[in-house]
Every structure is written in structure tokens, then in C-alpha cells.
Design a binder for this molecule. Structure first.
Ligand code: ADP
Ligand code: MG
Length: 326
């Protein structure tokens, strides 16, 4: 049982960035307004996520750690998902691959409680000190599975992947304040910071570049029930060699070759082949038109009609470019 848990856990937790993504998504689902992430040694020895969300009831702490326990859906509504989480897999997975400590104080509770799990073994909850919200601490990721440890890249690359995951979540949730700090060797260095923004454009400017707004086109298009919004840069805009292409489907950051291919197609006539257009595209549609359940980490999507989405992006971006005289 412990071994199968570890294998399943590996699918959700591939590296520190995937653990951070799961924990931050939980904080967002708990309606946090401020989320702070600390990592040490690229997240391998420590990941700590602190939020000011609604917290977990002391009586529910043990339940939160059991597989397929989720407070977010009742099973009847799998197609209508408005939260990031819905499988109840992240916390048990993290508890199987590292030493996990959750401290939380539910809204209105008179005290906080803490629970610890290591190697899948859960210690009973006990009272703890915390003013509000939740702190989840994951130490020594993959300590019991040296084979997985070997697959981690350098601390620098892992920290960069964590930063990237957080950047994407920050672009999905402009109103939430995020910080990421590297606390390796007792230090404290800010790796990423996004203050609460009043709208998406402000958040995009904070992350992509102050001049992105003035150098980009606002997208607004719809086709067969799929809506496209966001901003795409003028062909003259560049952020050096860094690839800044961000894609969101129903509020979730996703990666999808079809979508990046569509973007390339849209810019084909106005951008050199070796250049990547800077863009943040947000697609929204009825959840029945898209399957976000392809991969346990939920970063891949499958559209019912990929052609419609591809066409929407190509036409939407080209139309905006043409209006701007390109
Ligand atoms: P899921 O997010 O799919 O429900 P998880 O394993 O990620 O599953 O979390 C299990 C449960 O623990 C959640 O459904 C939620 O009730 C609770 N939970 C986890 N993290 C937090 C948090 N930061 N704040 C409040 N509740 C949380
Ligand atoms: Mg979750």
C-alpha cells in the first residue's frame, strides 16, 4: 500500500515546481489573498507555502491527507469544476514523497491545529499556534526514493521551474499577492514578487514588462462557444531570448503544442521564424468542451474541437494585428 502510493504520487509530483503548483492551487481554492512561498535548495530540502485563506478545520486535517478526499466537489459535478483541485490527490501524494507538515486555523476557530505525515504515515493532529490561514511545509522531497532524486536538475533549474509555475498562477489570479523567496543556507532572497493587481493588464505588465501594455494588442474574439481574450505583442516587441508565451484555459495555466503552434501561425507573416511572439492568451468555454483531466498534473488540455480553438487564435490574433496596421 505504501509502495503503490509512492508510485501514484510520482505522477502528480515530478519535481519541486509541481509540488509548489499543487500547494498554491490549494491556497487559491481556499480564497487566499496573499500567498507566500519559500524554498531551499531548489525546493528539494524545503517548500513552505503560507496563505491567508479559509483554513482547514482541525477535525478535517486527517481527512485532507487521505486519498481522493476532496472538499471541493461531491462527485455529481465533475464537468463543472470551478476550483483548481478536485481529485484529492495532492496532499496524500506529497505526504508519500516527503515529510509534510500542515498547520491551519479554520476561519472562526479558536485555535490552530497541526498534522504531520512522513512516508505515508500520519501522526495524530495536535494544537498549534497560527493566527489564520494555512502553512504547508514539505521537507526532503523524494528522500525515500533516491531514484527520483537523481532526476532532479540543478538547484538553479528547479528554482527557475518553481518561479515559472508561480508566474503562471499569478497571471491567472491578478488580485492575489504572491512572493517567492529562496531561504537556502539561512538566507532570504526574493525570487519573484507580484503585488495584488487591480486587473489582468496590470498583472501582465508587472510580470512580462512595464512596456508590454503599450506594445501589445488586446484580444477579444469568440467562435463556437469558445472565447479568446488577453494580450498579444506587436511584432516589434521583444523580451530578448526569453520565451514569454502564456496560455490559460478556464482560468488554469496550461501547456499545449497546438496552441503554441496556432500562435506561430498567427504571426507567420509578420515575425521572423526564429522569434517567439510575446503573448498571454486566455480561453474560456463551457467545461464540457475541454478536458483538463488528461494528465494528473492538469497542465495539459484536450479540446473537443481543436480546429475551432486553433482557428479562433489564428483569426483573433491576425485580426488584432491587421487593425493595428500589421
Ligand atoms: P483537492 O485540492 O483536489 O481537493 P488536495 O489533496 O490538494 O485535494 O487537498 C485536499 C483537501 O485539503 C482540499 O479539498 C481542501 O479541503 C483541503 N486543503 C488543502 N490545502 C488547503 C489550504 N491551503 N487551505 C484550505 N484547505 C486546504
Ligand atoms: Mg489540490
Amino acid at each position: 500500500e505504501a509502495a503503490t502510493n509512492r508510485i501514484a504520487a510520482g505522477e502528480v509530483v515530478e519535481r519541486p515546481a509541481s509540488a509548489v503548483k499543487e500547494l498554491v492551487e490549494n491556497a487559491l481554492d481556499a480564497r487566499a489573498r496573499r500567498i507566500s512561498v519559500e524554498i531551499a535548495d531548489g525546493g528539494r530540502t524545503l517548500i513552505r507555502v503560507t496563505d491567508d485563506g479559509h483554513g482547514i478545520d482541525a477535525d478535517d486535517l486527517e481527512l485532507a491527507l487521505s486519498r481522493h478526499a476532496t472538499s471541493k466537489i461531491d462527485g455529481s459535478d465533475l464537468l463543472n469544476i470551478h476550483t483548481f483541485g478536485f481529485r484529492g490527490e495532492a496532499l496524500p501524494s506529497l505526504g508519500a514523497v516527503g515529510r509534510l507538515t500542515i498547520t491551519s486555523r479554520a476561519e472562526g476557530a479558536s485555535e490552530a491545529a497541526q498534522i504531520q505525515v512522513s512516508g505515508g504515515r500520519i501522526a495524530p493532529p495536535r494544537p498549534a499556534a497560527l493566527r489564520a490561514g494555512t502553512v504547508v511545509e514539505l521537507r526532503d522531497l523524494f528522500h525515500a526514493t533516491p531514484a527520483r532524486l537523481k532526476f532532479l536538475k540543478s538547484e538553479r533549474s528547479e528554482a527557475m521551474a518553481v518561479t515559472d509555475a508561480l508566474r503562471r498562477l499569478a497571471m491567472a489570479e491578478p488580485g492575489v499577492a504572491f512572493t517567492l523567496r529562496d531561504v537556502s543556507d539561512g538566507g532570504d532572497r526574493v525570487l519573484f514578487r507580484a503585488d495584488a493587481a487591480s486587473d489582468r493588464a496590470e498583472r501582465l505588465a508587472a510580470i512580462i514588462g512595464r512596456d508590454f501594455g503599450a506594445n501589445s494588442l488586446t484580444l477579444e474574439a469568440e467562435r463556437d462557444g469558445v472565447r479568446l481574450s488577453g494580450q498579444a505583442a506587436l511584432p516589434t516587441y521583444s523580451r530578448g531570448n526569453a520565451v514569454h508565451q502564456y496560455l490559460f484555459v478556464n482560468g488554469r495555466p496550461v501547456r499545449d503544442r497546438m496552441l503554441t503552434g496556432a500562435l506561430r501561425g498567427a504571426y507567420m507573416d509578420v515575425l521572423a521564424k526564429d522569434r517567439h511572439a510575446v503573448a498571454a492568451l486566455y480561453l474560456d468555454c463551457d467545461p464540457v468542451l475541454v478536458d483538463c483531466n488528461v494528465h494528473p498534473a492538469k497542465t495539459e488540455v484536450r479540446f473537443r474541437d481543436a480546429g475551432v480553438v486553433r482557428g479562433l487564435i489564428v483569426a483573433g490574433v491576425r485580426h488584432a494585428l491587421a487593425e493595428a496596421g500589421h
